[in-house]
Design a protein around this ligand. Sequence first.
Ligand SMILES: Cc1cc2nc3c(=O)[nH]c(=O)nc-3n(C[C@H](O)[C@H](O)[C@H](O)COP(=O)(O)OP(=O)(O)OC[C@H]3O[C@@H](n4cnc5c(N)ncnc54)[C@H](O)[C@@H]3O)c2cc1C
Length: 415
Amino acid sequence: MTPDRRVDFLLIGGGLAAGNCARWLREEGAEGSILLVGRELDPPYNRPPCSKGYLGGGDSREDTLFRPDGWWGEQGIELLTRTSVTKLDPGERIATLSTKETVGFEQALIATGANVRRLRVDGGQLEGIHYLRTLGNADAIRADVAEAEHVAVVGGSYIASEVAATLTAQGRRCTMLMLETVVHERGFGALAGAFFQRILEEHGVEVHAEQELARFEGDGDRVQRVVTASGLEIEADAVVMGTGSVPDVMLAKGAGLELGASGGVRCDSRLRTSAPGVFAAGDMCEYDSVVHGERVRIEHWDVAFQHGRTVALNMLGRDQPHDTVPYFFSDLADWASMEYVGPASSWDEEVVRGDLDGGDFVVWYLKDGRVAAALAVDRRDDLEHGRRLIADAVDVGERRSELGDPGSDLGDLTG
Ligand SMILES: Cc1cc2nc3c(=O)[nH]c(=O)nc-3n(C[C@H](O)[C@H](O)[C@H](O)COP(=O)(O)OP(=O)(O)OC[C@H]3O[C@@H](n4cnc5c(N)ncnc54)[C@H](O)[C@@H]3O)c2cc1C
Protein backbone atom coordinates (compact mmCIF):
# COMPACT_ATOMS: atom_id res chain seq x y z
CA MET A 1 0.00 0.00 0.00
CA THR A 2 1.28 3.47 -0.83
CA PRO A 3 0.52 5.95 1.94
CA ASP A 4 -0.98 9.37 1.22
CA ARG A 5 2.24 10.94 2.40
CA ARG A 6 5.50 10.20 4.21
CA VAL A 7 7.27 11.75 7.20
CA ASP A 8 10.62 11.06 8.80
CA PHE A 9 9.39 11.12 12.40
CA LEU A 10 5.84 10.29 13.44
CA LEU A 11 5.08 11.08 17.09
CA ILE A 12 1.81 9.56 18.30
CA GLY A 13 0.02 11.00 21.38
CA GLY A 14 -0.09 14.69 22.10
CA GLY A 15 1.29 14.50 25.64
CA LEU A 16 4.51 15.57 27.23
CA ALA A 17 6.55 12.58 26.06
CA ALA A 18 5.71 13.21 22.41
CA GLY A 19 6.06 16.99 22.77
CA ASN A 20 9.47 16.78 24.37
CA CYS A 21 10.62 14.23 21.80
CA ALA A 22 9.74 16.71 19.03
CA ARG A 23 11.64 19.43 20.84
CA TRP A 24 14.79 17.33 21.29
CA LEU A 25 14.73 16.09 17.73
CA ARG A 26 15.07 19.69 16.59
CA GLU A 27 17.49 20.69 19.37
CA GLU A 28 19.76 17.81 18.38
CA GLY A 29 19.72 18.82 14.75
CA ALA A 30 17.08 16.64 13.10
CA GLU A 31 16.28 18.16 9.74
CA GLY A 32 13.60 15.72 8.60
CA SER A 33 9.86 16.16 8.73
CA ILE A 34 8.19 15.71 12.13
CA LEU A 35 4.47 15.05 12.51
CA LEU A 36 2.93 14.99 15.99
CA VAL A 37 -0.60 13.55 16.19
CA GLY A 38 -2.68 13.92 19.37
CA ARG A 39 -6.33 13.25 19.97
CA GLU A 40 -6.96 15.97 22.54
CA LEU A 41 -8.25 19.45 21.74
CA ASP A 42 -5.13 21.08 23.14
CA PRO A 43 -1.51 20.93 22.01
CA PRO A 44 0.86 19.14 24.43
CA TYR A 45 0.42 20.50 27.96
CA ASN A 46 1.53 19.71 31.48
CA ARG A 47 -1.04 17.62 33.36
CA PRO A 48 0.14 18.33 36.95
CA PRO A 49 -1.73 21.69 37.10
CA CYS A 50 -4.99 19.79 36.40
CA SER A 51 -5.13 18.87 40.08
CA LYS A 52 -3.34 21.97 41.37
CA GLY A 53 -3.16 25.51 39.94
CA TYR A 54 -5.41 25.00 36.93
CA LEU A 55 -8.09 23.25 39.00
CA GLY A 56 -7.87 26.00 41.60
CA GLY A 57 -8.10 28.73 38.97
CA GLY A 58 -4.64 30.24 39.58
CA ASP A 59 -3.09 28.92 36.35
CA SER A 60 -4.51 29.66 32.92
CA ARG A 61 -4.73 27.20 30.05
CA GLU A 62 -1.72 28.96 28.45
CA ASP A 63 0.27 28.50 31.65
CA THR A 64 -0.09 24.74 31.29
CA LEU A 65 1.13 24.50 27.69
CA PHE A 66 4.39 22.68 27.00
CA ARG A 67 5.22 25.33 24.39
CA PRO A 68 3.26 28.39 23.21
CA ASP A 69 1.06 27.90 20.15
CA GLY A 70 3.41 29.63 17.70
CA TRP A 71 6.44 27.51 18.66
CA TRP A 72 5.44 24.41 16.67
CA GLY A 73 5.31 26.26 13.38
CA GLU A 74 8.56 28.07 14.11
CA GLN A 75 10.26 24.71 14.67
CA GLY A 76 8.86 23.21 11.50
CA ILE A 77 6.91 20.63 13.49
CA GLU A 78 3.51 19.74 12.11
CA LEU A 79 1.00 19.42 14.92
CA LEU A 80 -2.34 17.70 14.40
CA THR A 81 -4.62 18.01 17.44
CA ARG A 82 -8.10 16.41 17.72
CA THR A 83 -6.73 13.60 15.58
CA SER A 84 -6.18 9.97 16.57
CA VAL A 85 -3.96 7.38 15.04
CA THR A 86 -6.45 4.57 14.55
CA LYS A 87 -4.11 1.96 13.11
CA LEU A 88 -0.38 1.39 13.18
CA ASP A 89 1.31 -1.07 10.87
CA PRO A 90 4.92 -1.30 12.08
CA GLY A 91 5.88 -3.76 9.33
CA GLU A 92 4.82 -1.48 6.49
CA ARG A 93 5.63 1.60 8.60
CA ILE A 94 2.26 3.16 7.87
CA ALA A 95 -0.18 4.83 10.27
CA THR A 96 -3.83 5.53 9.58
CA LEU A 97 -5.33 8.66 11.11
CA SER A 98 -8.93 9.31 12.19
CA THR A 99 -9.13 11.64 9.18
CA LYS A 100 -8.56 8.48 7.03
CA GLU A 101 -5.24 9.87 5.84
CA THR A 102 -2.43 7.31 5.74
CA VAL A 103 1.07 8.38 6.75
CA GLY A 104 4.24 6.48 6.02
CA PHE A 105 7.10 6.99 8.47
CA GLU A 106 10.78 6.20 8.87
CA GLN A 107 10.63 6.09 12.66
CA ALA A 108 7.74 6.42 15.10
CA LEU A 109 7.18 7.12 18.77
CA ILE A 110 4.10 5.71 20.41
CA ALA A 111 3.34 7.71 23.57
CA THR A 112 -0.37 7.30 24.14
CA GLY A 113 -0.17 7.77 27.92
CA ALA A 114 -2.73 6.39 30.30
CA ASN A 115 -6.45 6.48 30.97
CA VAL A 116 -8.15 6.84 34.33
CA ARG A 117 -9.09 3.62 36.07
CA ARG A 118 -12.87 3.61 36.30
CA LEU A 119 -14.51 1.77 39.18
CA ARG A 120 -17.60 -0.19 38.24
CA VAL A 121 -19.99 0.25 41.16
CA ASP A 122 -23.72 0.89 41.42
CA GLY A 123 -24.57 4.51 40.78
CA GLY A 124 -21.30 5.13 38.95
CA GLN A 125 -23.18 6.73 36.05
CA LEU A 126 -24.79 9.47 38.20
CA GLU A 127 -24.10 13.10 37.36
CA GLY A 128 -21.60 14.87 39.54
CA ILE A 129 -19.07 11.98 39.59
CA HIS A 130 -15.83 13.05 37.96
CA TYR A 131 -12.57 11.48 36.86
CA LEU A 132 -9.53 13.68 36.24
CA ARG A 133 -7.00 13.35 33.47
CA THR A 134 -7.35 16.34 31.14
CA LEU A 135 -7.75 20.09 31.21
CA GLY A 136 -11.36 19.51 30.08
CA ASN A 137 -11.98 17.25 33.10
CA ALA A 138 -10.57 19.97 35.38
CA ASP A 139 -12.89 22.53 33.73
CA ALA A 140 -15.86 20.24 34.36
CA ILE A 141 -14.94 19.71 38.02
CA ARG A 142 -14.37 23.41 38.58
CA ALA A 143 -17.75 24.29 37.08
CA ASP A 144 -19.55 21.52 38.94
CA VAL A 145 -18.13 22.22 42.39
CA ALA A 146 -18.63 25.99 42.15
CA GLU A 147 -21.96 25.66 43.93
CA ALA A 148 -21.15 22.47 45.82
CA GLU A 149 -20.96 22.58 49.55
CA HIS A 150 -19.48 19.16 50.10
CA VAL A 151 -17.15 17.21 47.79
CA ALA A 152 -16.18 13.57 48.33
CA VAL A 153 -12.81 12.49 46.96
CA VAL A 154 -12.25 8.77 46.46
CA GLY A 155 -8.64 7.59 46.65
CA GLY A 156 -5.62 8.03 48.85
CA SER A 157 -2.78 8.75 46.48
CA TYR A 158 -1.35 12.01 45.22
CA ILE A 159 -4.09 13.01 42.78
CA ALA A 160 -6.85 12.49 45.36
CA SER A 161 -4.82 14.33 48.03
CA GLU A 162 -4.05 17.23 45.70
CA VAL A 163 -7.66 17.57 44.57
CA ALA A 164 -8.88 17.56 48.18
CA ALA A 165 -6.29 20.22 49.07
CA THR A 166 -7.01 22.40 46.04
CA LEU A 167 -10.79 22.33 46.48
CA THR A 168 -10.53 22.89 50.24
CA ALA A 169 -8.34 25.92 49.60
CA GLN A 170 -11.16 27.12 47.30
CA GLY A 171 -13.61 26.97 50.19
CA ARG A 172 -15.22 23.58 49.55
CA ARG A 173 -15.68 21.04 52.33
CA CYS A 174 -13.83 17.88 51.26
CA THR A 175 -13.98 14.34 52.58
CA MET A 176 -11.55 11.70 51.38
CA LEU A 177 -12.14 7.98 51.57
CA MET A 178 -9.49 5.44 50.71
CA LEU A 179 -8.39 1.85 51.09
CA GLU A 180 -5.06 2.85 52.65
CA THR A 181 -4.49 3.45 56.37
CA VAL A 182 -2.93 6.87 55.64
CA VAL A 183 -2.71 8.92 52.45
CA HIS A 184 0.25 8.21 50.16
CA GLU A 185 0.89 4.93 51.99
CA ARG A 186 1.29 2.85 48.82
CA GLY A 187 3.78 5.11 47.11
CA PHE A 188 5.65 6.70 49.99
CA GLY A 189 4.98 4.62 53.11
CA ALA A 190 3.21 5.32 56.38
CA LEU A 191 5.80 7.70 57.89
CA ALA A 192 5.65 10.34 55.16
CA GLY A 193 1.96 9.54 54.62
CA ALA A 194 1.13 10.44 58.21
CA PHE A 195 2.79 13.83 57.73
CA PHE A 196 0.78 14.63 54.59
CA GLN A 197 -2.45 13.40 56.15
CA ARG A 198 -1.90 15.63 59.16
CA ILE A 199 -1.43 18.62 56.84
CA LEU A 200 -4.68 17.79 55.04
CA GLU A 201 -6.59 17.34 58.30
CA GLU A 202 -5.20 20.52 59.85
CA HIS A 203 -6.65 22.39 56.89
CA GLY A 204 -10.07 20.82 57.32
CA VAL A 205 -10.03 17.79 55.00
CA GLU A 206 -11.84 14.86 56.64
CA VAL A 207 -10.05 11.59 55.88
CA HIS A 208 -11.65 8.15 56.20
CA ALA A 209 -9.08 5.36 56.03
CA GLU A 210 -9.56 1.69 55.19
CA GLN A 211 -12.85 2.28 53.40
CA GLU A 212 -13.80 0.46 50.26
CA LEU A 213 -16.22 2.20 47.92
CA ALA A 214 -19.45 0.18 47.63
CA ARG A 215 -21.87 2.42 45.68
CA PHE A 216 -23.12 5.88 44.95
CA GLU A 217 -26.67 6.94 45.73
CA GLY A 218 -28.52 9.81 44.16
CA ASP A 219 -31.71 11.67 43.86
CA GLY A 220 -32.85 11.31 40.27
CA ASP A 221 -29.82 11.78 38.05
CA ARG A 222 -27.41 13.41 40.49
CA VAL A 223 -25.10 11.89 43.07
CA GLN A 224 -25.97 12.67 46.70
CA ARG A 225 -24.14 10.11 48.76
CA VAL A 226 -21.11 7.81 48.75
CA VAL A 227 -21.54 4.53 50.60
CA THR A 228 -18.66 2.28 51.62
CA ALA A 229 -18.54 -1.48 52.16
CA SER A 230 -18.43 -1.00 55.94
CA GLY A 231 -21.63 1.08 55.79
CA LEU A 232 -20.12 4.57 56.09
CA GLU A 233 -22.32 7.12 54.29
CA ILE A 234 -20.86 10.42 53.11
CA GLU A 235 -23.22 13.08 51.80
CA ALA A 236 -21.74 14.77 48.73
CA ASP A 237 -22.85 17.28 46.09
CA ALA A 238 -20.01 16.15 43.84
CA VAL A 239 -17.42 13.36 43.77
CA VAL A 240 -13.92 13.29 42.33
CA MET A 241 -12.35 9.90 41.71
CA GLY A 242 -8.59 9.59 42.20
CA THR A 243 -8.47 5.85 41.70
CA GLY A 244 -5.44 5.39 39.51
CA SER A 245 -4.80 4.91 35.83
CA VAL A 246 -4.08 2.21 33.30
CA PRO A 247 -1.68 2.45 30.35
CA ASP A 248 -3.42 3.21 27.07
CA VAL A 249 -2.11 0.44 24.84
CA MET A 250 -5.07 0.02 22.53
CA LEU A 251 -3.19 1.20 19.47
CA ALA A 252 -0.01 -0.65 20.49
CA LYS A 253 -1.87 -3.92 20.97
CA GLY A 254 -3.52 -3.59 17.58
CA ALA A 255 -0.07 -3.02 16.10
CA GLY A 256 1.17 -6.25 17.67
CA LEU A 257 3.74 -4.60 19.93
CA GLU A 258 4.93 -6.77 22.77
CA LEU A 259 3.48 -5.85 26.18
CA GLY A 260 5.13 -6.24 29.58
CA ALA A 261 3.94 -7.48 32.97
CA SER A 262 2.51 -4.09 33.99
CA GLY A 263 0.43 -3.92 30.82
CA GLY A 264 2.66 -1.26 29.27
CA VAL A 265 4.54 -1.55 25.99
CA ARG A 266 7.68 -3.58 26.52
CA CYS A 267 10.87 -1.63 25.68
CA ASP A 268 14.57 -2.16 26.05
CA SER A 269 16.83 0.35 27.82
CA ARG A 270 16.91 2.48 24.64
CA LEU A 271 13.09 2.66 24.69
CA ARG A 272 12.86 0.56 21.54
CA THR A 273 9.71 -1.54 21.27
CA SER A 274 9.58 -5.01 19.77
CA ALA A 275 8.98 -3.43 16.33
CA PRO A 276 12.08 -2.03 14.58
CA GLY A 277 11.90 1.73 14.14
CA VAL A 278 9.13 2.14 16.74
CA PHE A 279 9.89 3.60 20.18
CA ALA A 280 7.66 4.07 23.22
CA ALA A 281 7.76 6.63 26.04
CA GLY A 282 5.95 7.97 29.08
CA ASP A 283 3.15 6.43 31.10
CA MET A 284 2.58 3.52 28.73
CA CYS A 285 6.22 2.49 28.40
CA GLU A 286 7.65 -0.38 30.43
CA TYR A 287 11.41 -0.25 30.00
CA ASP A 288 14.58 -1.96 31.18
CA SER A 289 15.85 0.64 33.62
CA VAL A 290 19.61 0.79 34.06
CA VAL A 291 18.99 2.81 37.24
CA HIS A 292 16.72 0.21 38.84
CA GLY A 293 18.29 -2.89 37.37
CA GLU A 294 14.83 -4.14 36.46
CA ARG A 295 11.94 -3.45 34.15
CA VAL A 296 9.76 -0.57 35.34
CA ARG A 297 6.80 1.51 34.23
CA ILE A 298 6.55 4.87 35.96
CA GLU A 299 3.73 7.37 35.62
CA HIS A 300 5.54 10.58 36.50
CA TRP A 301 5.64 13.85 34.65
CA ASP A 302 9.43 14.05 34.64
CA VAL A 303 9.79 10.49 33.39
CA ALA A 304 7.59 11.22 30.37
CA PHE A 305 9.63 14.37 29.79
CA GLN A 306 13.01 12.63 30.03
CA HIS A 307 11.82 9.66 27.95
CA GLY A 308 10.95 12.08 25.16
CA ARG A 309 14.56 13.23 25.09
CA THR A 310 16.01 9.72 25.19
CA VAL A 311 13.81 8.64 22.29
CA ALA A 312 14.83 11.68 20.25
CA LEU A 313 18.51 10.87 20.79
CA ASN A 314 18.00 7.25 19.81
CA MET A 315 16.00 8.17 16.74
CA LEU A 316 19.11 10.12 15.78
CA GLY A 317 21.29 7.05 16.28
CA ARG A 318 22.97 8.01 19.55
CA ASP A 319 22.48 4.63 21.25
CA GLN A 320 21.47 6.29 24.52
CA PRO A 321 20.24 4.16 27.45
CA HIS A 322 17.57 5.81 29.56
CA ASP A 323 19.64 6.39 32.69
CA THR A 324 17.95 9.34 34.41
CA VAL A 325 16.90 8.85 38.04
CA PRO A 326 13.12 9.40 38.02
CA TYR A 327 11.92 12.53 39.80
CA PHE A 328 8.43 13.26 41.11
CA PHE A 329 6.80 16.20 42.86
CA SER A 330 3.43 16.86 44.45
CA ASP A 331 1.84 19.92 46.09
CA LEU A 332 -0.97 20.13 48.61
CA ALA A 333 -2.28 23.61 47.77
CA ASP A 334 0.33 25.98 49.19
CA TRP A 335 0.39 24.02 52.43
CA ALA A 336 3.18 21.51 51.68
CA SER A 337 5.22 20.20 48.74
CA MET A 338 7.14 17.02 48.29
CA GLU A 339 9.92 16.05 45.94
CA TYR A 340 10.89 12.49 45.41
CA VAL A 341 13.49 10.45 43.57
CA GLY A 342 13.16 6.72 43.06
CA PRO A 343 10.68 5.16 42.89
CA ALA A 344 11.03 2.18 45.19
CA SER A 345 8.52 -0.59 44.59
CA SER A 346 9.47 -2.04 47.98
CA TRP A 347 11.93 -1.25 50.76
CA ASP A 348 13.28 -2.87 53.94
CA GLU A 349 13.67 0.22 56.06
CA GLU A 350 12.78 3.92 56.22
CA VAL A 351 15.28 6.34 57.76
CA VAL A 352 14.23 9.91 58.58
CA ARG A 353 16.60 12.85 58.49
CA GLY A 354 15.31 16.14 59.91
CA ASP A 355 12.06 17.10 61.55
CA LEU A 356 9.15 14.96 60.39
CA ASP A 357 6.60 16.87 62.47
CA GLY A 358 7.98 20.24 61.49
CA GLY A 359 7.83 19.61 57.75
CA ASP A 360 11.56 19.78 57.12
CA PHE A 361 12.75 16.26 56.43
CA VAL A 362 13.91 13.53 54.11
CA VAL A 363 12.72 9.94 54.25
CA TRP A 364 15.28 7.52 52.83
CA TYR A 365 13.89 4.22 51.59
CA LEU A 366 16.55 1.52 51.89
CA LYS A 367 16.60 -1.78 50.07
CA ASP A 368 19.44 -4.29 50.45
CA GLY A 369 21.73 -1.66 51.98
CA ARG A 370 21.20 0.87 49.19
CA VAL A 371 19.03 3.95 48.86
CA ALA A 372 16.15 2.96 46.60
CA ALA A 373 14.25 6.24 46.91
CA ALA A 374 14.16 9.50 48.84
CA LEU A 375 11.30 11.85 49.64
CA ALA A 376 12.08 15.40 50.68
CA VAL A 377 9.98 18.18 52.15
CA ASP A 378 11.87 21.46 52.13
CA ARG A 379 15.26 19.75 51.67
CA ARG A 380 16.23 20.01 48.07
CA ASP A 381 19.98 19.69 48.69
CA ASP A 382 19.47 16.37 50.43
CA LEU A 383 17.37 15.19 47.52
CA GLU A 384 20.27 15.88 45.18
CA HIS A 385 22.46 13.66 47.32
CA GLY A 386 19.70 11.06 47.17
CA ARG A 387 19.76 11.23 43.40
CA ARG A 388 23.48 10.50 43.37
CA LEU A 389 23.21 7.71 45.95
CA ILE A 390 20.62 6.03 43.72
CA ALA A 391 22.41 6.66 40.43
CA ASP A 392 25.71 5.31 41.79
CA ALA A 393 23.99 2.48 43.73
CA VAL A 394 26.12 3.38 46.77
CA ASP A 395 26.18 0.71 49.44
CA VAL A 396 25.27 2.65 52.61
CA GLY A 397 24.78 -0.46 54.75
CA GLU A 398 27.59 0.19 57.25
CA ARG A 399 27.06 3.94 57.35
CA ARG A 400 23.33 4.23 57.13
CA SER A 401 23.05 5.99 60.52
CA GLU A 402 24.67 8.98 58.77
CA LEU A 403 21.63 9.28 56.53
CA GLY A 404 19.49 9.99 59.56
CA ASP A 405 21.94 12.34 61.26
CA PRO A 406 21.21 15.93 60.20
CA GLY A 407 24.73 16.88 61.31
CA SER A 408 26.45 14.51 58.89
CA ASP A 409 27.74 15.60 55.52
CA LEU A 410 25.93 13.56 52.89
CA GLY A 411 28.66 14.47 50.46
CA ASP A 412 30.89 12.03 52.33
CA LEU A 413 28.58 9.22 51.30
CA THR A 414 28.31 10.22 47.68
CA GLY A 415 32.00 10.85 47.42
C1 LIG B 1 -4.35 15.29 37.29
C2 LIG B 1 -2.93 14.83 37.16
C3 LIG B 1 -1.95 15.38 37.96
C4 LIG B 1 -0.63 14.95 37.85
N1 LIG B 1 0.30 15.50 38.68
C5 LIG B 1 1.58 15.06 38.64
C6 LIG B 1 2.57 15.60 39.50
O1 LIG B 1 2.29 16.46 40.32
N2 LIG B 1 3.82 15.13 39.38
C7 LIG B 1 4.16 14.16 38.49
O2 LIG B 1 5.34 13.77 38.43
N3 LIG B 1 3.25 13.62 37.66
C8 LIG B 1 1.97 14.05 37.71
N4 LIG B 1 1.02 13.51 36.87
C9 LIG B 1 1.44 12.45 35.92
C10 LIG B 1 1.95 13.05 34.62
O3 LIG B 1 1.17 14.11 34.22
C11 LIG B 1 2.01 11.95 33.57
O4 LIG B 1 2.95 11.01 33.98
C12 LIG B 1 2.40 12.49 32.18
O5 LIG B 1 1.42 13.37 31.72
C13 LIG B 1 2.55 11.36 31.17
O6 LIG B 1 2.81 11.89 29.91
P1 LIG B 1 2.62 11.00 28.59
O7 LIG B 1 3.06 11.88 27.47
O8 LIG B 1 3.23 9.68 28.79
O9 LIG B 1 1.06 10.70 28.52
P2 LIG B 1 -0.20 11.64 28.44
O10 LIG B 1 0.07 12.93 29.12
O11 LIG B 1 -1.35 10.83 28.91
O12 LIG B 1 -0.35 11.93 26.88
C14 LIG B 1 -0.74 10.94 25.98
C15 LIG B 1 -1.63 11.57 24.94
O13 LIG B 1 -1.85 10.65 23.89
C16 LIG B 1 -3.16 10.78 23.42
N5 LIG B 1 -3.52 9.57 22.68
C17 LIG B 1 -3.85 8.35 23.16
N6 LIG B 1 -4.09 7.49 22.15
C18 LIG B 1 -3.91 8.18 21.01
C19 LIG B 1 -4.01 7.84 19.64
N7 LIG B 1 -4.33 6.61 19.25
N8 LIG B 1 -3.77 8.81 18.72
C20 LIG B 1 -3.43 10.06 19.11
N9 LIG B 1 -3.33 10.43 20.39
C21 LIG B 1 -3.56 9.51 21.33
C22 LIG B 1 -3.94 10.99 24.71
O14 LIG B 1 -5.21 11.54 24.44
C23 LIG B 1 -3.02 11.94 25.46
O15 LIG B 1 -3.29 13.27 25.15
C24 LIG B 1 -0.30 13.94 36.94
C25 LIG B 1 -1.29 13.37 36.12
C26 LIG B 1 -2.59 13.81 36.23
C27 LIG B 1 -3.66 13.18 35.37
